[in-house]
Design a protein around this ligand. Sequence first.
Ligand code: PMP
Length: 418
Amino acid sequence: MNIDFTTATFKDFENIPGLDMMERANAYYDFLDYMKSNGHRYRLQNNTGCSSIMNVTAENTTKEFISFVTSDYLGFTQHPKVKQAAIEGVEKFGAGTAATPLIGGYYSYHNDLEEKIAGFFGRSQDEAVIFTTGYTANSATLQILLQKEDIAIVDMAVHASVYEGCILTNRKTFPHNNLEALEHILKTSENQYRTKLVVIDGVYSQDGDTAPIEEIYQLVKKYNAYLMVDDVHGVGILGKTGRGTIEDTGLLDKIDIITGTFSKTFGNLGGYVIANKKLTNFIRFQSRQQIFSATTPPPTATGIIKAIELIDEEPHWRLKLWDNINYFKKGLDDMGLDTGTTCSAVVPVKIGDPHITGDVGKLLLDHGIYTNPIIYPAVARKDARIRMSVTATHEREHLDKTLNAFEDIKNKLHIAKK
Ligand code: PMP
């Protein structure tokens, strides 16, 4: 085995030529040992529920941290009305479904949840399908809609679940948000494929920037293609009424497929697909993940239904979130740090070098701040960053303490923009 642990990344262990599965697992085990003994962290343990203040076990100590690691953007994981709705779900329907949706595991609360999420986007119940996770919503939808005669044309920064969804079909990627490159692929793919489906995110998960949806929609129509938008980081946050990145473009009822998650703004677990009812019908009854896998349990479904209602009933959470985002981003920008092109609740501090990024992450922990250092393969090798998710439950004092920590670390490690 020829892997140098000092420069290796987790990706290097996916496939090592000549090593069988057990030998690869052994090599990986040794690598993790090496990482741990050199002070690297790869997973911390949260001892309390999801919150902007978390009790965390990090490097053998357990203490309270200000947390920026969850996508609980509006704080709905802990909202008393969401918790109450989940409790009522268990009391009324029990703990689980014990069957897959097509053979007895489709319950009234699944119907209610589909109706609620479809209604949220101004659609009828039969235009929504729910999945166990957002990951499955993307991968299952693409796997059943596109076959080897078709093509997915994807922005290179889309989520891993989209890439997984393309393993049975043809795939071409275009550089992030690059309209010229997208048009070139659309033009050169004309008449070559049966279906051309362009797949983008509304908000990109590592940079927090948005897609130029209107321009992409125009191109897609010009070349007789279809458009799928994964808006997991936009829904509940962007748009006049929180319907996400697409809302203010006026295209909510025109995008062919919208996918999302219940694990971020809605504070729970699950995914959904919104599309024309013929498409949702096809996905609902044909996708292997619907046929062979159980779906959302009762407390999850009833909790999500309440969270969806809260977007309209309690819009002050969204306003507070935006106050926090604007305050925090301005503080980081003012001190010369590079927050890139974000226009959402995902706020990165771009550093570049993966080792310095790891050091920044450790120093932040020393200051009592819990963030995620993001390195290759989640981002390009020289584009490492500290990734933070701002939430409505952060208070000013949390943000100020974090800004002070960055000021201190900036001076120690020289991480300001040149
Ligand atoms: N799409 C994007 C852009 C994401 O960031 C994520 C979650 N990291 C997903 C899909 C998958 O969502 P879930 O966690 O519900 O599987």
